[in-house]
Design a protein around this ligand. Structure first.
Ligand code: HEM
Length: 106
């Protein structure tokens, strides 16, 4: 028995290792996937997983982020990035992709 994904044949018993960092980078779903575009249609994004193990805390996480960002910018209206976006150091160890430092001014 075998199947094929993207032209790659996978036989019964063969293992797959899927690098998490390729999630949300499919150019056929997200054109210019490497660009930060807060206005893009992100309805197919995978940040909360997919399928039966999709994050059950997703509604709570979304609510918390809406509350936190609104409160943060209401309380510190002058909060701003204190570096050029292109100069930010990123961490990418295969498990996590995030900024190492996020200089801010207010
Ligand atoms: C921004 C915040 C969050 C992100 C990005 C996130 C992301 C994820 C992802 C990607 C998965 C799937 C893991 C997998 O496929 O094995 C997951 C599962 C899960 N998350 Fe979250 N999560 C967040 C917040 C939360 C919160 C606030 C809760 C609970 C209060 C929560 C509870 C869970 C649980 C219980 C699962 C396991 C679901 C299952 O296996 O059926 N998460 N989360």
């Amino acid at each position: 028995m075998r199947t094929s994904i993207g032209g790659q044949v996978i036989r019964a018993g063969e293992g797959l290792i899927l690098p998490e960092e390729i999630g949300n980078r499919d150019e056929s779903v997200f054109p210019d996937a490497g660009e930060l575009d807060l206005r893009r249609d992100a309805s197919q994004q995978l940040a909360f997983g997919f399928g039966v193990h999709k994050c059950t805390g997703q509604p709570l996480a979304r609510l918390e982020l809406q509350v936190v960002f609104a409160a943060l910018f209401r309380r510190i209206p002058t909060l701003a990035l204190a570096a050029d976006l292109g100069d930010l150091p990123f961490m990418d160890d295969g498990l996590r992709y995030s900024v190492k430092k996020l200089p801010a001014s207010w």
